[in-house]
Design a protein around this ligand. Structure first.
Ligand SMILES: *Cc1c(COP(=O)(O)O)cnc(C)c1O
Length: 355
C-alpha cells in the first residue's frame, strides 16, 4: 500500500461554487485561480469551467502561460500586470488582460510599441494601501490611458482590505471613495467584489466580480449556511494505534499528557504535507466520527484521540478537512485562514473527480 494521504479535488464542487458566486453577485465573474488555484490545480480547475467562465485571474505571466499551454482560451487577467517591460510582447501574443496598479507601469505601457492594444484593469488604492494608484492620481491615470493606442478598454477596479469583517466600516468607506473618484469617468466595466464582498457587501456589486476562496468552498465570513461545497477533501488513514496510560505523554515535546487511559491513533499526514503544525487541537473525523488532534503535529504524522471511537482500526479513514471538517475550523485552530491551508497542501496524492 502506498502512503494513504490524499487530497481529493472535486471539480463538480468547484463548478457549483463558481455558479453560486456568479449568481449571487450577478454580472460577470472572473474566477481567481492564482497560486495554482489556491493549491487545487489551476489547469484542472480552469478546465472544469472553461465553457462558462467569463474569465480567469492569476498572479503572473507564468501562471497565465500554463493555462494557455493547456488550451484555455478564456480571458485571463494578470492581477499584478507586468513586473517588467519585457513581458509585454508575450502578454499581447497570448491575449492576456493586465492590471495596472502603479505609475511606473503606466509609463512603460504608454511608451511601449505593441502590435495590439491591451485590455487594462486600472486599479485604485481606495484604502487597502497595498497596490493601486492613489485615488487622487486615479482620474489623471485614467485620462492618460484612455484613447491611447496601446489601450483597448479600461475596467475600473479596486480591492477591499476588510470585506471579511462585516462590522468594519472600512469597506463602505472604500466604496464611497471609489464612487467619488470614478463618477465622471467614462468606463463601462467596474470590478470591486472579492469573495467576502460577494457574500457580505451587495453595495459593492458592479459589472465584474472576482471570487477566489469561495470557489474552493471556504466562506471567508465563516457563515456555515452559505451554499458552498468543499472542493478539497484531505484524507489519510490510521497507521498505528496505541494506548497511553494516565501520566504518559505522546509525541515531540510531550505537549499532550494523558489525564486518563487514552487510545491514540497515528495518522499519515504531517506538516510536510501542508497540515499546519500549529493546529494542535484541530477537529478531524475518523470513519465519519468527530474527534480532535492531540500532541504535536510532526513532519509526516499526527495524532488523533480515538478514545470515543472504539471501532477505529489501522486503515480507518481520517478526514483532516473537507466535508465533515471545515478547513475554516482547522485554520482557526492553527491561527491562520483556509487560504493558507489549501495553498500549502503538497506531497499528498492529488486525485481529481468530476461528477
Ligand atoms: C486574490 C484576489 C481576489 C480573490 O480574493 P478572495 O478573497 O479569495 O475571494 C480578488 N481580487 C484580487 C485583486 C485578488 O488579488
Amino acid at each position: 500500500m502506498s502512503r494513504p494521504a490524499i487530497a481529493h479535488v472535486r471539480l463538480d464542487a468547484f463548478r457549483h461554487n463558481y455558479r453560486v458566486a456568479k449568481h449571487m453577485h450577478g454580472g460577470k465573474a472572473l474566477a481567481v485561480i492564482k497560486a495554482n488555484a489556491y493549491g487545487h490545480g489551476a489547469v484542472q480547475c480552469a478546465k472544469a469551467i472553461d465553457g462558462e467562465a467569463d474569465g480567469f485571474a492569476v498572479a503572473c505571466l507564468e501562471e497565465a502561460l500554463q493555462l494557455r499551454q493547456a488550451g484555455i482560451k478564456n480571458p485571463i487577467l494578470l492581477l499584478e500586470g507586468f513586473f517588467e517591460a519585457a513581458e509585454l510582447p508575450e502578454i499581447v501574443a497570448n491575449d492576456l488582460w493586465i492590471v495596472i496598479h502603479a505609475e511606473w507601469q503606466i509609463e512603460i505601457l504608454l511608451k511601449a510599441k505593441l502590435t495590439k492594444p491591451l485590455y487594462v484593469w486600472l486599479k485604485m488604492d481606495s484604502g487597502m494601501h497595498r497596490v493601486g494608484l492613489n485615488y487622487m492620481a486615479y482620474e489623471q491615470a485614467f485620462i492618460s490611458l484612455s484613447g491611447h493606442v496601446n489601450v483597448k478598454e479600461i475596467v475600473l477596479m479596486s480591492h477591499f482590505a476588510n470585506a471579511d469583517n462585516l462590522k468594519s466600516e472600512h469597506t463602505l468607506q472604500q466604496i464611497e471613495i471609489f464612487k467619488k473618484v470614478t463618477q465622471n469617468l467614462a468606463a463601462n466595466e467596474v470590478s470591486l467584489s472579492n469573495s467576502a464582498a460577494i457574500l457580505g457587501w451587495p453595495q459593492s456589486y458592479k459589472s465584474w466580480s472576482r471570487p477566489g476562496i469561495m470557489l474552493y468552498g471556504a466562506d471567508p465570513l465563516y457563515d456555515t449556511k452559505t451554499p458552498l461545497r468543499a472542493v478539497m477533501q484531505l484524507t489519510s488513514q490510521i497507521i498505528s494505534i496505541r494506548m497511553v496510560h494516565k501520566g504518559e505523554s505522546i509525541g515531540y515535546g510531550s505537549i499532550f499528557i494523558a489525564d486518563k487511559e487514552t487510545i491514540v491513533g497515528v495518522v499519515a499526514c504531517g506538516y510536510a504535507d501542508g497540515y499546519p503544525r500549529a493546529a494542535t487541537s484541530a477537529p478531524a473525523t475518523v470513519d465519519g466520527k468527530t474527534t480532535k488532534l492531540i500532541g504535536r503535529v510532526s513532519m509526516d504524522m499526527l495524532f488523533v484521540d480515538l478514545t470515543g471511537i472504539p471501532n477505529a482500526k489501522v486503515g480507518s479513514t481520517v478526514e483532516l478537512w473537507g466535508d465533515q471538517v471545515l478547513a475554516n475550523d482547522v485554520a482557526k485552530a492553527a491561527g491562520t485562514i483556509a487560504y493558507e491551508l489549501f495553498c500549502n497542501t503538497k506531497r499528498v496524492q492529488f486525485k481529481y473527480s468530476d461528477n
